[in-house]
Each structure stands twice: as C-alpha cells, then as structure tokens.
Design a protein around this ligand. Structure first.
Ligand code: FAD
Ligand code: MLT
Ligand code: ZN
Length: 474
C-alpha cells in the first residue's frame, strides 16, 4: 500500500457505513455506486503503479448537482473524497491513500457547445481529451493541448493538474487557454465561473484557483476552453544529434528560423528511445544517436512553411547540429514518430519499477541531472534516461529498477530535488505534487507561499475532505 510505503497516518475522517452507501444509492442509482472489490481495484491503483489506495467505493455522478449533493453529504459526515478523472496522473494524486471515496467524473462527458468563430468549447469535465480534439477538428479547430495520455485523460484532470504536454511552447499553458470553469467546493457550493470571454477583469480571477490545484480546492465539473485554428500544414522531423550542446543550438536556431510555425521541440536521449525499442519493440527509423530531437512545424501555408523548414534543415545539416533525420507530412508517418516519443512514458514499466521525475531546469543545466544520477546510481538502476519538452525547460528523468527498493529511493530523494533547487528550478514542472511530493514542495515554494496555500485550503475546504494527503505538506 502506498500509505505503508510512504509511512503516513490516516487522518481523523469519518468511516464509510452502510447508511452512507444507501444515501449514495438513493442519490445516484445502484449501478453508479461501485462497491465490488474487484471493480473498485483499478480505481485504487495509479497508472505507473507507484501508489495504491484502499477505497471501498467509487461514485459516478452524471451532473453538477449530484457532485454538489455528494460533497455536501461527505462534508457533513467528514468523509474524505478523492476526485478522479482518467487516472493517468503520474504523482499519485488521482488515487486514494487510505479509504477516501473515489469521485469518478467519467460519466460527465457531454460536449455542451462550440463557437466556431471564437473557438470557445464548453464541455463537462469528464470528456476525454482525444474525443474533444476529434470533435473540434471537424470544425477546423484543435485542442490547445496534446499529450501521450490523450486517449484516456479527461479535460477536468488536465485542468486540475495544469497539464503541459507536447505543444505548450506554441499554445501556452492552461491558465491562458481556459476561459471559464464551473466547480464544486467541498461543502457542495457550486461556483459558476463558466464564461467564454477572452477578457473579463471583473475582480479576482477565481478560475485559476482550480487550474493546477489537483482536486484539493474543488471538483471541476464544467470547463470552457479556447481552441486554436486547425493548422493547414503540419510537418514533423525526427533527428539524430551528437551531443546535448547541439540539441540546444538546434533549439535556438529552430526558434529564430521557424518562428511562429514552430509547434513542438522535444528531445529524448539514447536511453529513452532504447527503452521503447527494447521494451515495446517499436522501431527507431534512425540509427543509434546520443540524442534525438523531434521538431514539428504547424502553419497555414504549405509552400511558405516548407521553404522555411528546408532552409533551416539545410543549414543545420551543414553546421552538423543534425547528423541524420527523417521529415514527413504524411499523417500515418507523423503518427509513428509521435508514437515513439509518447511511448517513452510507459516503456520503463516493462523493466519493473519506474521512479519518475518531472522538473524544470534552466536550459544550460537541463541535462546535467541525468549524468549526475547515472554516476550516483551506477549499476543499481536498470536504466536512467531523460526526455522532455526542451521548449519549456522541462525534463523528465526516469530511473528504472526490477522492483521498488528503499535503497534506490533514498539515493534519489531528496537528492534530485536538492540539485533542482540549487539552480532555482521546479521540482514539478507539469505533473503536479500529488501524493508523491508534498514533503518536498519547500524545495520550490518558500514558507510565505506555503502559508498562503494552507490558508486558501482551509478557507475553501475547512474539514480538509478534498484529496487529503496531496499537494500540501502537513
Ligand atoms: P487524473 O489522473 O484522474 O487526476 C489527476 C489529478 O487531478 C488528481 O489529483 C485528481 O484528484 C485531480 N482531478 C482529476 N479530475 C478532476 C476534476 N474534475 N476536478 C478536480 N480534480 C480533479 N502530463 C503533462 O502535463 N504533460 C504530458 O505530456 C503528459 N503526458 C503523459 C503521458 C502519459 C502516457 C501519461 C500516462 C500521463 C501523462 N501526463 C502528462 C500526466 C497526466 O496525463 C496528466 O496529468 C493529466 O492531465 C491527468 O488527467 P486525468 O484525467 O487522467 O487526471
Ligand atoms: C511526457 O512528456 O511524455 C509525459 O509528461 C509523461 C512522462 O513524463 O513520462
Ligand atoms: Zn511531459
């Protein structure tokens, strides 16, 4: 159990009784109150199998009013609640720690409206990101975020984690794209900030409280998101690079040469790509290189974009920043390349256990931590590799071992966070704090900021029933 592994004590919440289950059954319907142990199990385990809770019940509301009634009841009985979207979170935030009630948003999956002119999409929080993207594409729009988990993560989960993803460098983060939010507070109050306006400076920008607060301040029930125009011309390149300095040179050059059409700049080291080849049997279209870079351009004029791209590629082959590569605009081929990049997230699981880190570091120090860890761990790790969103200064470091061991854990934490703090980086760039990092949050937040966070939590959720043991340190 995660609670045993991380030695943490259950707080003084109420315990679930038959009378509570009967109330939930009367409110929802029996089929939306899941209590069979084997049916509850998948909701208790997180995607990377780092954390496992012991909840006895999953509730599946269909409306905001039901969410409100559930929370109002839980608050009055001091029953703890863990909001859950697609359960693809990587920091243990989406699964209970003890017996918290799981509030699964998956049945709140209606698209409410789409304004083709402004690009404002309004939908329920349980919509799957990929379904939304498919829907808005039919109207020549795209979702402003894309990530490997798109086939199962929910927009409500994306917003609650302030997910970044593969095109943040182009479309910005969700604090910019989210136009409005409807959320339910711990006491059941429905907060209606579901506007679709781009500009609205009427007082405090309350929607931001729910973006990235990982279900600790409220349950997001509806969202309004700004969708950019569907690019008419997309090209993807996958390149082999000799050293990390050249990855940075290439990034600098891509920004100045491609300008507004640059839509992704991702990197993966040899270990990351090898993990997909060896563990998932994916084929790498390039030879063996120390580093790989994926560059995507998205624009509105194929001829103009290709001209720019060709000039950039010719120059970078000449400078030697690119050693080899493949460039394509064919959808199936682009999907294959993206699949290699997106599969890195899960490839390490085949080795046994994955220690996953997600940090922001100034670009000049971006890759140092991988080298330090390889040296520090020696043969105690199966693999140590780095990959990530160079354009956002965000690197993911995965350390794999045959199984979890305390020895490796203690070699990694807090060492990694100390190294990140030395360069004033962030110990969680995009995945959040969840259950795995509250005790380390001080490496990135000072005492006054933490004090304010605690104050906000107490104000929004005085009984602390919403996603306890997550985000905030005790
Ligand atoms: P969950 O995992 O269910 O929940 C995540 C957190 O949000 C939990 O704390 C939960 O309590 C809370 N929550 C969920 N729904 C709600 C709601 N409606 N109201 C209030 N709180 C809620 N993340 C990135 O940032 N960038 C990436 O590129 C990226 N790639 C990924 C690739 C893969 C293969 C995987 C497995 C994960 C990836 N992630 C990435 C992490 C994860 O997908 C994101 O954090 C995603 O936004 C989580 O959405 P979800 O619906 O699965 O939320
Ligand atoms: C990614 O960029 O692939 C995701 O954030 C998931 C991961 O870090 O593994
Ligand atoms: Zn990422």
């Amino acid at each position: 159990f995660s609670s045993e592994k991380y030695s943490i004590k259950r707080k003084n919440f109420g315990s679930l009784h038959d009378a509570d289950l009967n109330y939930f059954r009367s409110l929802l319907s029996a089929d939306r109150v899941i209590t069979e142990e084997s049916d509850v199990l998948p909701f208790n385990i997180d995607w990377i199998k780092n954390c496992r809770g012991q909840s006895k019940v999953v509730l599946k509301p269909k409306t905001t009013e039901e969410v409100s009634q559930i929370l109002s009841y839980c608050n009055s009985k001091k029953l703890a609640v863990c909001p859950q979207g697609g359960n693809t979170g990587l920091v243990g935030g989406s699964v209970p720690v003890f017996d918290e009630i799981i509030l699964h948003l998956g049945l709140m999956n209606k698209i409410i409206s789409l304004d083709e002119i402004s690009g404002a999409l309004v939908c329920e929080a349980g919509c799957i990101l990929e379904n939304l993207d498919n829907h808005v594409r039919e109207h020549n729009l795209i979702m402003p975020l894309d990530l490997g988990a798109k086939g199962s993560c929910h927009i409500g989960g994306n917003i609650s984690t302030n997910a970044g993803g593969l095109r943040l460098l182009r479309y910005g983060n969700l604090h910019g794209s989210v136009l409005g939010i409807e959320a339910v507070k711990a006491d059941g109050t429905i907060i209606d900030c579901l506007r679709t306006l781009k500009k609205d400076n009427t007082g405090y920008h309350l929607k931001h409280l729910f973006i990235g607060s990982e279900g600790t301040l409220g349950v997001v029930t509806k969202v309004a998101v700004h969708c950019p125009a569907l690019p008419k011309a997309v090209t993807l390149g996958f390149f082999g690079v000799n050293c990390f300095e050249n990855v940075l040179e290439l990034y600098k050059s891509a920004k100045s040469s491609l300008g507004e059409i640059l839509s992704a700049f991702e990197m993966a080291d040899n270990g990351a790509i090898s993990s997909t080849v060896e563990n998932l049997k994916l084929s790498n279209p390039l030879g063996d290189f120390p580093f790989y870079v994926l560059i995507e351009s998205s624009g509105s004029d194929e001829g103009h974009d290709n001209e720019k791209l060709n000039r950039f590629l010719t120059k970078e082959m000449e400078t030697g920043h690119i050693i080899d590569g493949t460039v394509t605009s064919e959808p199936a081929k682009m999907r294959n390349i993206w699949n290699i990049r997106e599969s890195i997230a899960g490839a390490g699981l085949v080795d046994g256990y994955v220690f996953k880190y997600d940090v922001s570091i100034p670009l000049q120090n971006y890759y140092d931590i991988v080298l330090l860890l390889r040296k520090r761990l020696g043969n105690k790790a199966t693999r140590v590799y780095g990959y990530g969103h160079v354009g956002d200064g965000n690197i993911h470091i995965n350390v794999t071992t045959p199984e979890y061991t305390k020895e490796v854990y203690e070699m990694l934490e807090p060492y990694i966070f100390e190294e990140v703090a030395k360069v004033r980086g962030s110990i969680s760039a995009e995945h959040g704090v969840g259950f795995r990092k509250p005790q380390f949050i001080h490496y990135s937040k000072d005492e006054t900021a933490l004090h304010l966070m605690h104050g906000l939590k107490h104000f929004m959720d005085p009984n602390g029933i919403l996603n306890p043991y997550k985000v905030l340190p005790d």
